[in-house]
Design a protein around this ligand. Structure first.
Ligand SMILES: C[S@@+](CC[C@H](N)C(=O)[O-])C[C@H]1O[C@@H](n2cnc3c(N)ncnc32)[C@H](O)[C@@H]1O
Length: 237
């Protein structure tokens, strides 16, 4: 290798190494993957596998009304006509059309998912329910593809624990919120023996608040009247 090539190689490594360390050595750690996990750890928590679109019938099961009380979740969201809302990790759109009814024709729901098959299922359901104010968005694992400072509310139901890049996703969601806009987590309660959900798909309130603390978001309240989940509300500073 010529001296010029070697110098170029060393310069390239010097420039790229700090980014590689930040990505793999500092922010995230690797472990042997547990059965429901991806072997990637963020702030002491192994990230769960993404639920496949094959699981969509479970999301739409009729018993969900009693088991999870989505009516109480929707009440906690305090939606108003005309609001702009993102349903991130929308799945088949279980919450998207219900929120669309509440924000009405002047409002918009951006329903974001990373699985093209899930987005297609969502589009079929929105068309059957005539929810024309729901706009489907195919996001990526690091970017929900939402315009900056446009959202009154971002909703994450049963999805945050499976974000492959939780830091990057929260940073992008914070950017998409208007000042004062709210970010709402709905997660299955970790450590509650009544909750029949695999541990990696549950989270404690403390863990959620710890992961949000590095972003320009402040905790507002936690609603604990649901059978299996907690609703944890933050506001964009
Ligand atoms: C367990 S489902 C929940 C769906 C819906 N929120 C519900 O409660 O019915 C999680 C969904 O989040 C999606 N997802 C995972 N990571 C995502 C990401 N980074 N951005 C957007 N969607 C994501 C998955 O593809 C899956 O459809």
């Amino acid at each position: 290798m010529s001296r010029t090539c070697l110098a170029a190689l060393l310069l390239f490594q010097a420039l790229t190494l700090p980014f590689a360390l930040a990505e793999n050595g500092e922010r995230y750690a690797r472990v042997r993957a547990s059965p429901d996990g991806i072997g990637k750890v963020y702030l002491g928590r192994e990230i769960a596998q993404v639920m496949s679109y094959h699981g969509a019938p479970w999301l739409e099961r009729p018993e969900r009304m009693e088991e999870e009380r989505p009516d109480l979740v929707l009440a906690a969201l305090e939606l108003k006509p005309g609001m702009t809302v993102a349903d991130i990790g929308a799945g088949s759109g279980y919450y998207s059309w219900r929120m669309a009814e509440r924000v009405g024709a002047p409002g918009t729901i951006y329903a974001v998912d990373i699985q093209p098959e899930m987005v297609r299922l969502l589009e079929v359901q929105m068309s059957q329910r005539r929810a024309s104010n729901v706009k489907a968005v195919l996001g990526t694992t690091t970017d929900p593809r939402l315009a900056h400072a446009t959202l009154d509310l971002a909703l994450l139901v049963d999805v945050y624990h499976e974000f492959e890049y939780p830091y990057e996703m929260l940073a992008a969601i914070a950017r998409a919120l208007k000042p004062g806009g709210r970010l709402v987590f709905v997660e299955y309660r970790a450590g509650d023996p009544k909750v029949p959900i695999k541990p990696l798909h549950t989270m404690t309130e403390a863990q959620v608040r710890n992961e949000v603390a590095v972003h320009p978001l402040e905790w507002v309240k936690t609603v604990s009247n649901l059978p299996w989940q907690h609703v944890i509300v933050f506001r964009r500073k």
